[in-house]
Write a protein that binds this ligand. Structure first.
Ligand SMILES: CC(=O)N[C@H]1[C@@H](OP(=O)(O)OP(=O)(O)OC[C@H]2O[C@@H](n3ccc(=O)[nH]c3=O)[C@H](O)[C@@H]2O)O[C@H](CO)[C@@H](O)[C@@H]1O[C@H](C)C(=O)N[C@@H](C)C(=O)N[C@H](CCC(=O)O)C(=O)O
Ligand SMILES: Nc1ncnc2c1ncn2[C@@H]1O[C@H](COP(=O)(O)OP(=O)(O)OP(=O)(O)O)[C@@H](O)[C@H]1O
Length: 508
C-alpha cells in the first residue's frame, strides 16, 4: 500500500514537502517496535506503562518507513514521515485493516463476548459451523485455527491479540478458503480497539459479572466496553437470564436496521430455550425449544452452565441461516474444549477424572458444585495455587473451598515459581483447618498428587484436577517444565489399572 493511501486510511494528513514520500510502499504495521520489519509502519501508542514514542528510534532502525501517533514529543524529531492522528489505537486498527484488505468483509463473522463462557461458546460455534459444512476459522484464548483445524499460537498470548494480529489471522483464514470465523472478543479488545475493523455479522453475549475492574474501573464502564460488540454486530444473541444487563442491551441491539434473538437456559421466555434438562455423568440432555419447534438435544459435556453456552452457539449459527435440526444433530458430536471440564477417557471400574481450568475460589466452587451433581460416589479435588507475583490472598480460600465442596482434597504445586512451595501449601492448609476441616493432604509433586487421588478413588468417584487445564508448561522455581495434565491423568489411570486401586497411592 502507498503511504498516501495509508494516510487516508487512518484519516491523517500527509505532510510531504518533497513530494517523494507519498509513493513509499508500506508493507505492514506494528505497535511493537521490536516486531517491525523493513518497510512497515510503526504506530506509537501512549499506553498505561510506556509511551510508544520512546521506541521510535528502535522502530526506524528496524526499517519503519513511517510513524503514526498522537504527536511527537516536542524535544524529539521523527526521522521518517510522521502521521498525526487523534487516536493511535484506532489508527493502528484502521491501518491493519486496510493493509490486510478488510478480510472480515469476506467472512461471516460471529463475535463472542461476556465474562464467562466465551471460549466454550466460541468452540461450540466453530464446531457447529464446520459440522454443517462451513470452512471456519477461530480466534480465541486457546489460540487460533484456520479451516484445517490445526491449533496455532499468535506471537503474543492474548484472548484477542492486537489489531495487526487479528487482521493477519483473518486474512490467513480467507487465504485458506474460510467462509466463516468465530472471534472471541475480550472486553480489553473491545475497549482498546483491537477488533475495530472486524465486521461482525453476529454478536453473542454470554453474561456479565464483576471481573477485570482493575482495568475497566467501574461496572458501568465494563458494560459499556462489552456492549460495543452489541452496538456493532448486525444481529445479536442475547441472554435473557443475564439480568439486569439484558434489558439494557435490547435498545443497543435494535438501533438502526439491527435485530436480535434471545436465549435462556433457565426456562425463561426466549427464542431459544432449554427444557427438561438432565445432567448425566458424560452428557447433558434437554429439549431445545426453538423458533423451528421442539427438538431433543444431547450435549456431550458436563457442567450445567454449558447448556447456556450451547444455546448461545446454536442461536448464533442459526442466525447465519442453518436449520435448527441440523444444529441439534451437530451438537451431539461436539468434542469438548481442551482443559475445560475435559473428561479423561476411562475403562470399566475406573473413576471419572476431569481436567478443569478453575483456579480461583469462586470458579473452583462452581466447578465442584456442578461435578457433584453427577457423582454417585465421593468427590476428590487436586488443586494448587500459583506463586511469584500472583495473588497470594486466594491460597487460604482455595483450601477452604476445596475441603468444603469435595470429600477429599489434595493440595499440590501449581506454578509456584520462586515462592517456596511449602509456604503456599501451608496457606492452603490454613484455609482448611481454619474452617475446622481435616479432609486434605498435601503432596508437593503434582504427578504424585494426581496419582494419589486417582489411586484411592473408587469407580463411582470423580477426581477433579483443577487449575492447570490446558496449560502446556509448569513453572517450578526458575525452571519451566513441559506439562500435560490430561497425559498425567491417563498415566495415573494406567498405573491404577496395573497396580490396583490404593497400591501406587502409597508411593505419593
Ligand atoms: C490492559 C491491557 O490490555 N493492556 C495492553 C496494552 O497496554 P498499554 O496500552 O497500556 O500499552 P503499554 O504496555 O503501556 O505500551 C505502549 C506501547 O509501547 C509499545 N512498546 C512497549 C514496550 C516496548 O519495549 N516496545 C514497544 O513498542 C507497546 O507495544 C504499546 O504499543 O497494550 C499492550 C501492547 O499490546 C499490551 O501488552 C497490554 O496488555 C497487558 C500486558 C495485559 O496483560 N493485557 C491483558 C489483561 C488482556 O488484554 N487480557 C484480555 C483478556 C481478559 C480476559 O477476558 O480474561 C485479552 O484479550 O487477552
Ligand atoms: N455460561 C457460563 N456461565 C458461568 N460460568 C461459566 C459459563 N461457561 C463457563 N463457565 C465457567 O468459566 C470457566 C471458563 O470457561 P470459558 O473458558 O469458556 O470462559 P471464558 O469467558 O473464555 O474465560 P477465559 O477468557 O478466562 O478463558 C469454566 O471452566 C466454567 O467454570
Amino acid at each position: 500500500m502507498r503511504l498516501d493511501d495509508l494516510a487516508a486510511a487512518v484519516g491523517a494528513e500527509l505532510v510531504d514537502p518533497t513530494g517523494r514520500a507519498a509513493a513509499t510502499e508500506v508493507t505492514g504495521v506494528s505497535h511493537q517496535a521490536d516486531w517491525i520489519r523493513p518497510g512497515q509502519a510503526f504506530v506509537a501508542v501512549r499506553g498505561a506503562r510506556f509511551d510508544g514514542h520512546a521506541f521510535v528510534s528502535e522502530a526506524v532502525e528496524a526499517g519503519a518507513v513511517v510513524v503514526v501517533g498522537e504527536g511527537m514529543p516536542q524535544d524529539r524529531a521523527c526521522p521518517v514521515p510522521y502521521l498525526r492522528v487523534p487516536d493511535a489505537r484506532a489508527a493502528l486498527a484502521d491501518a491493519a485493516t486496510a493493509l490486510m484488505g478488510r478480510p472480515s468483509d469476506s467472512l461471516t463473522v460471529i463475535g463472542v463476548t461476556g465474562t464467562d463462557g466465551k471460549t466454550t461458546t466460541s468452540c461450540l460455534a466453530l464446531h457447529l459451523l464446520r459440522a454443517t459444512g462451513r470452512p471456519t476459522g477461530l480466534l480465541s484464548t486457546v489460540g487460533y485455527e484456520l479451516p484445517d483445524g490445526v491449533l496455532r499460537q499468535p506471537p503474543s498470548h492474548f484472548t484477542t491479540p492486537e489489531a495487526p494480529q487479528v487482521q493477519q489471522i483473518l486474512r490467513d483464514m480467507v487465504s485458506h478458503r474460510a467462509t466463516a470465523a468465530v472471534v472471541e472478543s475480550s472486553s480489553h479488545a473491545l475497549a482498546l480497539d483491537r477488533v475495530r475493523g472486524v465486521s461482525y455479522d453476529v454478536g453473542v453475549w454470554t453474561n456479565l459479572t464483576g471481573e477485570h475492574l482493575d482495568f475497566h474501573g467501574t461496572m458501568e464502564q465494563y458494560f459499556a466496553d462489552k456492549a460495543k460488540l452489541v452496538a456493532r454486530a448486525a444481529t445479536t444473541v442475547l441472554n435473557v437470564d443475564d439480568a439486569p444487563w439484558f434489558d439494557r442491551l435490547v435498545p443497543v441491539a435494535t438501533t438502526g436496521e439491527r435485530t436480535f434473538t434471545t436465549y435462556s437456559a433457565e426456562g425463561r421466555e426466549a427464542d431459544w430455550r432449554a427444557q427438561d434438562v438432565q445432567e448425566g455423568p458424560d452428557a447433558i440432555t434437554f429439549t431445545l425449544v426453538s423458533p423451528e419447534g421442539e427438538l431433543p438435544a444431547r450435549l456431550p459435556m458436563i457442567g450445567r452452565f454449558n447448556v447456556a453456552n450451547a444455546l448461545a452457539a446454536v442461536a448464533a449459527v442459526a442466525a447465519t441461516g442453518v436449520p435448527a435440526a441440523d444444529l441439534v444433530g451437530a451438537l451431539a458430536g461436539f468434542g469438548g474444549v481442551s482443559g475445560r471440564m475435559e473428561m479423561v477417557e476411562r475403562g470399566p471400574g475406573e473413576p471419572r477424572v476431569i481436567v478443569d481450568f478453575a483456579h480461583t475460589p469462586p470458579s473452583l466452587e462452581k466447578a465442584l458444585e456442578t461435578v457433584r451433581v453427577t457423582t454417585a460416589g465421593e468427590l476428590w479435588v487436586v488443586i494448587g495455587s500459583a506463586g511469584g507475583p500472583r495473588d497470594p490472598s486466594k491460597r487460604a480460600p482455595l483450601g477452604e473451598v476445596a475441603t468444603r465442596m469435595a470429600d477429599h482434597a489434595v493440595f499440590t504445586e501449581e506454578d509456584h515459581r520462586t515462592t517456596p512451595l511449602a509456604d503456599i501449601l501451608a496457606e492452603m492448609e490454613r484455609g482448611a483447618t481454619g474452617a475446622g476441616r481435616g479432609n486434605f493432604v498435601s503432596v508437593g509433586d503434582r504427578t504424585d498428587a494426581i496419582r494419589y487421588a486417582v489411586h484411592r478413588a473408587g469407580p463411582q468417584d470423580t477426581v477433579l484436577l483443577a487449575g492447570k487445564g490446558p496449560e502446556a508448561t509448569m513453572e517450578r522455581g526458575e525452571e519451566l517444565v513441559p506439562w500435560a495434565e490430561v497425559e498425567e491423568a491417563r498415566a495415573a489411570l494406567r498405573l491404577r489399572g496395573a497396580d490396583g486401586p490404593g497400591a501406587a497411592g502409597e508411593r505419593a
